[in-house]
Design a binder for this molecule. Structure first.
Ligand code: DAT
Length: 178
C-alpha cells in the first residue's frame, strides 16, 4: 500500500518545548537518512512569516497561514523532518508520525539558561514542560497511535532516539515497497 497521499517517503514531525533537543535530533536524522530538515522557526524568519514582536512572550508572532502555504508543496513531496515547538496548526494529513521530546525540568532549565533565556521567557518554557503542554497538544491534534513521547535527557537517549526513528523509517520503506 502506498503511504498517505502516495508519498514516496514519509514526513516526520519532531516537536517539544524549546531546548528538548529537536534540532540536534533532526540534524542527525537528516544526515543519516537523507531527509530534508525543515526548521519552521528559521524558515519563517527567512521567508518573512514573522510579524510584530510579542512583548509578553518575548518572541515574534508567526503568520501561520503564510508559513503553511510555503510548506504545503514541500510536505506533499514527502521525506521531510519538521522541527517546531508547536504542532496544532499543521494539517494532520502532513505527518506519518509525530515525536514529542521530553526533558527533565532541571536539565531543561540549564539548557535554556545557557541559551540566554531569562525571566518570564525562561519560566514559561519550564512550565510548558512541567505541564506537558506540547505532548497534550500533539495528542489532541494527531491520531494517538502516531504520537510518541521520547525522553531526551542525555546523549545516550539522543542516540537511542536517532536509532529508533531510523528503524521506524526503514520499516516504513519496507512496508511501502520503497
Ligand atoms: P531544541 O531544538 O529543541 O530547542 P536543541 O537541539 O537546540 O533543542 O538542544 C538544546 C541544547 O541541549 C543543545 O546545547 C544540545 C543539548 N541537548 C539536546 N538534547 C540533548 C540530550 N538528549 N542530551 C544532552 N544534551 C542535549
Amino acid at each position: 500500500m502506498p503511504g498517505v497521499g502516495a508519498r514516496n517517503l514519509p514526513n516526520i514531525l519532531v516537536t517539544g518545548t524549546p531546548g528538548t533537543g529537536k534540532s540536534t535530533l533532526c540534524q542527525q536524522l537528516a544526515e543519516a537518512h537523507g531527509l530534508q530538515w525543515i526548521e519552521v522557526g528559521r524558515l519563517a524568519k527567512e521567508s518573512g512569516c514573522l510579524e510584530e514582536y510579542d512583548e509578553e512572550y518575548q518572541c515574534p508572532v508567526l503568520n501561520e497561514d503564510k508559513i503553511l502555504d510555503i510548506m504545503e508543496d514541500m510536505l506533499s513531496e514527502g521525506g521531510k523532518i519538521v522541527d517546531y515547538h508547536g504542532c496544532d496548526f499543521f494539517p494532520e494529513r502532513w505527518f506519518d508520525i509525530v515525536f514529542v521530546l521530553r526533558t527533565d525540568n532541571t536539565l531543561l532549565h540549564d539548557r535554556l539558561t545557557n541559551r540566554g533565556y531569562t525571566g518570564k521567557k525562561l519560566e514559561d518554557n519550564i512550565q510548558c514542560e512541567i505541564f506537558q503542554t506540547i505532548l497534550e497538544e500533539a495528542r489532541e491534534s494527531y491520531k494517538e497511535e502516531i504520537v510518541h513521547e521520547l525522553p531526551s535527557n542525555s546523549p545516550e537517549e539522543m542516540e537511542s532516539n536517532v536509532d529508533r526513528i531510523g528503524l521506524w523509517l526503514l520499516n516504513w520503506k519496507q512496508d511501502n515497497g520503497v
